[in-house]
Design a protein. Structure first.
Lengths: 970, 100, 195
């Protein structure tokens, strides 16, 4: 049996053992142990090295406020740094390593920093590494150069680079009352709310409900506290309207009474069960929130207060009574309030020896005095600790006479030997969530010497110690003497995680950082992963003293989310890896089976090419383009945005939306349309088909489908509510296959039944209905490729059957499937614009689409499109390009007028799209060039110094292939 | 942030799309008053406090709403359909269960 | 009629998955209705449209936004002001609704191909759906047969509660496979059966 075991095991099940490792050494613990309690049971006192000075550090707290004992957990390839050992529950095979030490925890070369301690004060790095005024490392460059080494020396754990394979989930929850914290106040609030019949959610950070009432003795509602907790918890568990969540930290309070919390579902297990998330991100919307978040005990700042073996009194009592381990055998207490006496008694009851109680106050209550005599040991009132002794663990400390009224020491120092110093500097209500959802600032309570919750800005109430009500504990008056710091020689730490000393705070003040916000940033006080839970109030008090102002006038900073660190994975939840939504066309599987190289187009997946073995992308699209232009090709156009525009005012609506007229469009005909933005810039284009008098099928570009739909809905709702029009997204309703090429008509004739497809029945832009493979289809004759072409639409659920039939019908004619690359090639040859040219900067005139601007009616953008700057002839306008050096062009490259690769010249425009044109046998492109048409027949130069491309091009008309459109109208 | 859609009830802001300042008037479509179009297209008030704005419940019923939202606190003091759906008619009224 | 090809493809894996107890937490299915039709009423014509739906399908849409009605083979629910989904197992309801709703009353839009109907049922249905949607699935907040429009990230969804433990989801077809994969992933924790 370990000598450090307490009399009772508390929550720890000593009948079973768990093996784990810390810095490579194997230890044994038990179910119920945290890493802190298990290591403590094994006699470990040194847990890590400090941030800046590499001083040895031990465990200071028993919970989420821990600033010191942080470790990195290793699961296979995955490292998770900066976890407080006080929160990590051990599991079989757990592997933890200490942080911030080199080469090992007990021998750390960085500890030499302690010797230069005076040099490393607040702002040291900023001041020292400002760098010379001139030269290669001037100004911040020098800092950036040095930063690499400094960050290695000063810092926390190192994150791994392996991909996190754990599962994270989100849960959206709703309730009438959300209770945060399950101490007696929280349990009572939950019980009361449940009795009202509403839905109740109770969140508890710990693995067990009940808070300190489970182990700290006392009586509640006439029963023993621990017993009362058991009864109340089992009562709540039986209620169907109460959900209790343990291992769940509420860390954010957002608008709409929304609380964000992280449930550590499987962190305490070696392996999560199949399908079980490691962590679950709860988003709880509550009608009412009860904050029963408890209070944090504060340390006292004194020289050597960071030595392993200096611990908060309540934490020491909890280890002894809740985890069954004595954090020390010869324990001394240092306090400024009565609560430490109750904890001293708990420690004694658990088996420790209380060697002394040091109190800064000259007078204490009778009850405290009674507890002190019960504990035994010296009672030194009007004394203070001025130094600690020991190496990796405490061996003793020095006390001197102390006058709390003047904060002054007197007399000789006396040494007391002890292996644990349990400190209590008063209590701070945990007002973090309240502050996030508070109106105004936290309120200073002079009696408690602590901040109380601000007035609520949302529907919450604070109860119990979180509200400053400490009457439910031992009945002790916990009001402390206003002593936060004992000033004596040596480093006295305020923020132990960021190694900020009391002198650093005063230095910051002397250097002019007198606002709390500036103080925080300059000293980094309270900015570590523990967010200053133990350092906030002492830091403020020291600042207030330096300023000569009372604490409330110095103010506190508003707490921000998160209350404690949250893993990014939990917030990302299920939206990771392969679970990004993909949009697939009805023919997707066919494309993949045919070896198509799929290319993401927004969320859609579209074939780029159907590569034959050994073919390059360029070879494939050239082959596909040639086959289409000489025989026929088929392409999946299901991704085009499709919107049904229906109703008696549908035609009027389209007239207002498009630059050209649609009310004149006959039924069963389609028309190409262009939309502008209000400011007159081109917005989107596409064909719209009139299916019936009051029914139009609008198509948009794939990329803009959602945006156009929203824009149309906006105009309908906001500006034209009088129009009777229904807009419905039917992109997914229709599968679309476009057949293009000189043999296209023959192919359709071979497989379409129920209608003829000859020129008379189906003229250019005509629509017919028929069947393919027994499936109803709608066929519109329109062309994007410049070939004779047809779009065959069928219900999406029939898309594959129709596609198969078209493929089969096309076989004898040499039809090939083609992808986005060939589609792009053919449109570039034809000079058709897409999103690369309709780029949010070009006007209809820039694209030579002014023939589409109706003068007969107003439309969106009509009023603004004729502004001076938009009709300037010298704007960049659409042209074609032919590479004159036989080399490919680069999309995005600039064009210059001068043949001088060495000099950077003014751009006359840029390239928007490039390809090899099989029809012309040359590399070609589309570009936007100043003056546009005026430059046809002239020479310019591609200038792309980043990609090392310079060479001559000829500017030509953007209609580079079949400019008269004979093929498409044939 | 929660927005209470008059049809769907309170919903998370992720379901909504901000559709712009509602403190502007679109000139008559036939108007050629460039100054008026300019104000409508480009001028935005930058309110500190209550601000009228359009939001679309794009991830819900897709209605456009006109909200008055405090740019200081996110508090929404008024919410209404932009388009009159005949709110008094039963099929448009909010269901009781939605008011959670 | 030629049968529609399911968009779920290889993602649809029949049988039980990660079921540890005797029964799965949820059962997931693609219900493949014959007709999914959207009807919309012009302001003031809601009652006429509701009457037309009743005349064609026999379904009596109740009063109130998001109100709905469902039988074993048919369902209807409101999902937006003046807009309703009508779903039947038989095909061709669209043509009948077109006849019953002239264009001075409203519009009829066929979505039998464009929306994929998925059913989530079982004791853990609310729990699994709560992972994906930020709406309240509890019975008092989401009454029987009521409809809701909401979204899971980019996946717009209309949901009708067709039983105490049963929800019918209508998602855009192109997203269906991806969403189904997400749904199965979310259901793995409680064990699920695909039928």
């Amino acid at each position: 049996m370990s000598p450090r075991r307490a009399n009772a095991p508390g929550r720890v099940d000593r009948s079973r053992s768990i093996r784990f490792s810390f810095d490579g050494k194997i230890y044994t613990g038990h179910p119920g142990d945290t890493l802190a309690s298990a290591l403590m049971t094994n006699g470990v006192t040194l847990f890590g090295r400090s941030f800046k000075y590499h001083r040895p550090r031990g465990v200071m707290t028993a919970g989420v406020d821990e600033p010191n004992a942080l470790v990195t957990l290793i699961r296979g390839e995955i490292r998770e740094p900066n976890l407080p050992t006080t929160l990590v529950e051990i599991y079989e095979g757990l592997e933890a390593v200490s942080q911030n030490r080199f080469p090992s925890l007990s021998f750390d070369v960085g500890a030499v920093n302690q010797l230069g301690g005076k040099l490393l004060g607040a702002g040291f790095y900023y001041k020292t590494f400002m760098g010379p005024v001139i030269g290669p490392l001037k100004g911040t460059r020098f800092w950036m150069f040095c930063e690499h080494f400094i960050r290695r020396a000063a810092g926390l754990g190192r994150a791994g680079t392996a991909k996190d394979t754990a599962r994270y989930e989100r849960m959206n929850a709703f309730c009438d009352v959300l209770v945060v914290g399950s101490g007696p106040a929280g349990l009572k609030a939950a019980r009361e709310a449940a009795g009202d019949g509403g839905r109740v959610i109770l969140l508890e950070m710990d693995s067990l409900l009940g808070g300190s009432a489970r182990w700290s003795g006392g009586r509640i509602e006439g029963a023993e506290a621990a017993h009362w907790v058991d009864e109340t918890v089992s009562g709540l568990r039986e209620l169907p309207n109460v959900r209790t969540l343990t291992r769940t930290t509420a860390w954010g309070y957002y608008d709409g009474n929304t609380i964000a919390a992280t449930e550590r579902v499987a962190d305490h297990k070696r392996d999560a069960a199949k399908g079980e998330p490691r962590q679950r991100h709860w988003v709880v919307r509550a009608k009412k929130v009860v904050l029963a978040t408890g209070a944090f005990e504060r340390p006292i700042v004194f020289p050597g207060n960071d030595r392993p073996g200096v611990m908060l009194a309540s934490a020491a009592a909890r280890y002894a009574n809740d985890f069954g381990v004595l954090p020390g055998e010869r324990i001394a207490v240092f306090a400024n309030n009565d609560s430490a006496y109750a904890n001293a008694a708990l420690l004694r009851d658990a088996g420790a020896t209380i060697v002394a109680i040091v109190d800064v106050r000259a007078a204490i209550s009778d009850e405290a005095r009674r507890l002190a005599s019960q504990c035994g040991g010296d009672l030194l009132t009007g004394h203070a600790v001025v130094a600690t002794e020991g190496g990796k663990g405490l061996t003793g400390f020095k006390v001197q006479k102390f006058d709390a009224a003047t904060n002054s020491l007197s007399g000789d120092a006396r040494v007391i030997s002890a292996d644990l110093l349990a400190v209590s500097g008063g209590w701070s209500p945990a007002i973090h969530l309240a502050s996030q959802a508070g109106a105004g600032k936290a309120e200073w309570d002079a009696t408690l010497q602590a901040f109380l919750p601000p007035k609520p800005a949302q529907d919450w109430t604070a109860v119990g110690t979180a509200a400053g009500d400490f009457s439910g504990g031992h009945g002790l008056d916990i009001a402390p003497a206003p002593v936060f710091e004992i000033k004596a020689a040596g480093k006295a730490f305020v923020d132990l995680q960021h190694d900020v000393t009391a002198d650093d705070v005063r230095l910051a003040h002397r250097e002019g950082f007198i606002s709390v916000e500036h103080l925080k940033r300059y000293t980094t006080l309270g900015m570590a992963t523990d967010q200053g839970k133990t350092s906030n109030v002492p830091g403020l008090a020291i600042m207030a003293e330096a300023l000569g102002k009372p604490i409330p006038e110095v103010g506190t900073t508003r707490f921000r989310a998160p209350f404690s660190p949250v893993s990014i994975g939990a917030i990302g939840a299920e939206r990771i890896g392969d679970l990004r939504p993909d949009r697939l066309t009805p023919m997707h599987d066919w494309h993949v089976e045919q070896g198509a190289k799929m290319y993401p187009a927004g969320l859609w997946h579209r074939p780029a090419i159907y590569g034959a073995p050994g073919e390059t992308v360029e070879q494939a699209y050239i082959r596909e383009t040639k086959a289409t232009r000489s025989a026929a090709g088929i392409v999946d156009v299901s991704t085009l945005g499709k919107i049904m525009v229906q109703g008696p005012d549908a035609a009027e609506f389209l007239d207002r939306v498009y630059t050209n007229l649609f009310s004149t469009l006959p039924v069963n005909k389609a028309r190409y349309g262009l939309m502008l933005r209000e400011d007159g810039i081109a917005y989107d284009d596409g064909t719209t088909w009139r299916l019936a008098e009051h029914d139009f099928l609008m198509t948009t570009t794939t990329a803009n489908a959602g945006k156009v739909m929203q824009n149309l809905e906006y105009f309908l709702d906001v500006y034209w509510p009088e129009l009777k029009v229904t807009l419905t997204s039917v992109t997914d309703e229709w599968a679309g296959a476009s057949i293009a090429g000189p043999r296209a008509r023959e192919i359709l004739a071979a497989c379409v039944t129920g209608t003829a497809v000859d020129t008379e029945t189906l003229p250019f832009m005509g629509i017919v209905r028929g069947e393919v493979a027994g499936v109803p289809v709608m066929i519109c004759r329109l062309s994007f490729s410049g070939e004779l072409a047809y779009e065959v639409y069928s219900g999406a659920g029939h898309g594959q059957q129709v596609w198969d039939a078209l493929i089969e019908a096309g076989q004898p004619f040499g039809m090939v499937p083609y992808g986005l690359e060939a589609l792009g090639t053919m449109r570039i040859e034809k000079g058709h614009v897409t999103g690369a040219e309709i780029d949010g900067r070009t006007t209809a005139r820039d694209l030579y689409l002014d023939w589409m601007l109706s003068k007969k009616k107003p439309f969106i953008g009509a009023a603004m499109m004729d502004r001076e700057g938009l009709v300037d002839e010298n704007r960049i306008r659409l042209v074609g390009l032919v590479s004159l050096d036989g080399r490919p062009l680069n999309g995005g490259a600039h064009l210059v007028e001068h043949n001088d690769p060495a000099a950077l010249r003014d751009s006359i425009g840029h390239i928007t799209a490039v390809c090899f044109s099989p029809s012309l046998g040359k590399y070609i492109g589309l570009a936007l060039v100043k003056g546009g048409k005026k430059r046809h027949g002239t020479r310019a130069y591609v200038s792309d110094p980043l990609r090392g491309r310079f060479g001559p091009v000829e500017i030509v008309s953007h209609h580079m292939f079949d400019p008269e459109g004979k093929r498409m109208h044939g | 942030m929660l927005i209470t859609c008059p049809y769907c009830g309170p919903r998370d802001v992720i379901e909504f799309t901000y559709q712009g300042d509602a403190n502007r008037t679109r000139p008559d479509p036939a108007s050629t008053d460039q100054a008026a179009w300019n104000v409508y297209t480009y001028d935005r008030v930058n309110t500190l406090g209550d601000h009228a704005e359009y939001w679309q419940h794009s991830g819900g019923c897709r209605s456009h709403l006109k909200l008055v939202r405090s740019t200081l606190t996110h508090a929404i003091s008024s919410t209404a359909f932009v388009r009159d759906h005949g709110e008094k008619k039963s099929a448009s009224r909010r269901k009781p269960g939605a008011a959670t | 009629m030629v049968e529609q090809v399911s968009p779920l493809g290889p993602a649809w894996k029949s049988g039980r998955h990660n079921v540890t107890g005797t029964a799965p937490g949820v059962t997931l299915a693609e219900t493949r209705p014959g007709s999914i039709v959207q009807v919309a009423a012009w302001p003031g014509e809601e009652k006429a449209v509701i009457d037309a739906v009743r005349a064609v399908t026999g379904l009596k849409l109740p009063d109130g936004a998001g109100g709905g009605i469902a039988t074993e083979h048919k369902a209807a629910f409101g999902f937006a002001p003046g807009k309703f989904m009508v779903v039947t197992q038989v095909e061709g309801i669209e043509a009948e609704l077109l006849k019953a709703i002239p264009n001075n009353v409203g519009t009829v839009t066929g979505l039998s191909h464009g929306r994929t109907a998925l059913r989530v049922s079982g004791p853990k249905a609310e729990w699994v759906l709560g992972k994906l949607y930020a709406i309240d699935f509890a019975l008092p907040a989401f009454p029987l047969h009521a409809g809701r429009s909401t979204m899971h990230h980019d996946v717009f969804t209309q949901i009708q509660r067709t039983g105490a433990d049963q929800f019918d989801l209508y998602v855009f077809r192109s997203f269906a496979r991806s969403f189904w994969t997400t749904l199965c992933h979310a259901a793995e924790e409680v064990g699920y059966e695909v039928r």
